[in-house]
Design a protein around this ligand. Sequence first.
Ligand code: P6P
Length: 336
Amino acid sequence: MVQKISLTRYLVEKQRADGLIPGQLRLLLEVVARACKGISQAVNKGALGGVLGTAESENVQGEIQKKLDIIANEVLIEANEWGGHLAAMASEEMDSIYVVPNRYPQGEYLLMFDPLDGSSNIDVNVSIGTIFSVLKKPDGSPGVQEADFLQAGTQQVAAGYCIYGPQTTLVLTVGNGVDMFTLDREQGSFVLTQEDIQIPADTKEFAVNMSNMRHWDEPVKRYIDECLAGKDGPRGKDFNMRWIASMVADVHRILMRGGVFMYPWDKREPEKAGKLRLMYEANPMSWLVEQAGGAATNGKQRILDLQPTKLHERVSVMLGSRNEVERLAQYHAEKA
Ligand code: P6P
């Protein structure tokens, strides 16, 4: 019988093998995984838990919060604040950073998360997920402030997501490949189920919200038009389309079988760089995709190289199979 490797054993052995998971980071990752188990249980209850529907409040993005958005945010805050591994947290659901209260020891890590991404899917029973990103607090800065979080995606020390779908699956990188864990509900623990995930460099599948097509910039329109032209067009092959409207679910599919995901800038609100947030959606997902052999661009730059200026800033996102993302970047360069 194949031996089950638990997340705890995986983290200990990975630290032993390549030293990428110091004790405090291992504690952080185990606490986040445990919080995701709790969120999964709340999500799975659905109507039976009285957790569906809206919370009659708005988040910093001006979006109506779902009850589960708030529950998931609270679960992550409460699970992480006492452990001594964190200096502060930032969340899509909170205007400003959450500094670990003085009654607890402060650590050297900064944790950012979208506690429940894909909220529009919660009430219709479609997969949703938690996305998280870990940075180190800059040395020497007394206390902790929002500016400490404003580091490029290349500075991440860990990133991952937990998808609440037919299975509850945790996907993680600490900078040496991407590994996947499936929640074994009988044991109550995450078990290693796939190692060193690789995204195929080519694909025949794209993920974008086609209803925005008339608002896109030319290079994006050109790329999608060519995909739609199929085998008689310049690409010489037919393409399939998927759009789950949960970034976690769309990105997970791409990690499993390839594809390209796009939420590009569009001219509806030209002052906004895009819909998705850089710090706790685009950066963690871009690192995971790159660690799995894919690529991630905002059309002009590698997403991980972007220097953030605001905690909740948005970004145009195109990521997935490397050859498709490079083609998109090329089309943007030609336009420029
Ligand atoms: P639209 C979910 O609200 C989200 O932030 C991402 O998870 C998802 O990819 C996107 O927005 C869906 O946006 O405009 O298609 O509903």
